[in-house]
Design a protein around this ligand. Structure first.
Ligand code: AMP
Length: 216
């Protein structure tokens, strides 16, 4: 199953993509995680991306297209994949279509659009805490990771100015992708407000899968 999970920052894309990875045993490809890995490793790409990400901007299209091309060529996607955080611009979407159709002989089965209104996004992102080990996020005020006890950190791009910028950039550059994928008949809109499990069940229903997968 080749899936795209799409929505504004703070809509829960990463969390839902992770559950789809577990449910269908397909790789979760997150361009945000790939970039954070590069930043953490101090690579040339990481050094270039770090200030852009910290300010809530977008890393240039040519770099991002190179990253997704390399990742999809790694050969672990035989059963499919779930892509989270890419594409974020129309040129990225066009490049991905051409990469999938012409180079890899694949196409998307579905694009899940997680819909969450802006005031709720701001509420979720402002003060959100992240585990430095696995990048899982927790509500404001949580000090320690419930899984490994590590002290949680606030991502640079979850600070108030960056949150504002991320939402503005999303509305300007990424929201138009909804129309792009709707024209291809690929979009399933899912209400992104509720518990993680409720939303997971909605996502599965949109994929025509029974909720038992979620509980097994
Ligand atoms: P995310 O974890 O998906 O919210 O991504 C974190 C940050 O990485 C974003 O705010 C951008 O700065 C950068 N980023 C991730 N994916 C992309 C992309 N497809 N295009 C441009 N920038 C990206």
């Amino acid at each position: 199953m080749n899936l795209l999970i799409y929505g504004p920052p703070g809509s829960g894309k990463g969390t839902q993509a992770e559950l789809l990875h577990q449910a269908f045993d397909i790789p979760h490809i997150s361009t945000g995680d790939i970039l954070r890995g590069e930043v953490g490793a101090g690579t040339e790409l990481g050094l270039k991306a770090q200030p852009i990400m910290a300010a809530g901007g977008y890393v240039p299209d040519d770099i991002m297209i190179g990253i997704i091309r390399n990742r999809l060529q790694q050969g672990d996607s035989a059963k499919g994949f779930v892509i989270d955080g890419f594409p974020r611009t129309i040129p990225q979407a066009e490049a991905l279509d051409s990469l999938l159709n012409k180079e890899l002989g694949r196409r998307f089965d579905r694009a899940i659009y997680l819909n969450v209104e802006t005031p709720e996004l701001v509420r979720r992102l402002a003060g959100r805490m992240t585990c430095p080990a696995d990048q899982k996020t927790y509500p404001p005020g949580t000090e320690r990771c419930p899984l490994d006890g590590a002290r949680l950190i606030q991502r640079e791009d979850d600070k108030p100015e960056a949150v504002k910028k991320r939402i503005e950039v999303y509305l300007e550059k990424t929201l138009p992708l909804l129309d792009y994928y709707q024209r291809q008949g690929l979009v399933s809109e899912v209400d992104g407000v509720g518990t993680i499990l409720e939303i997971h069940k909605r996502v599965l229903a949109a994929l025509g899968q029974s909720a038992e997968v979620a509980e097994s």
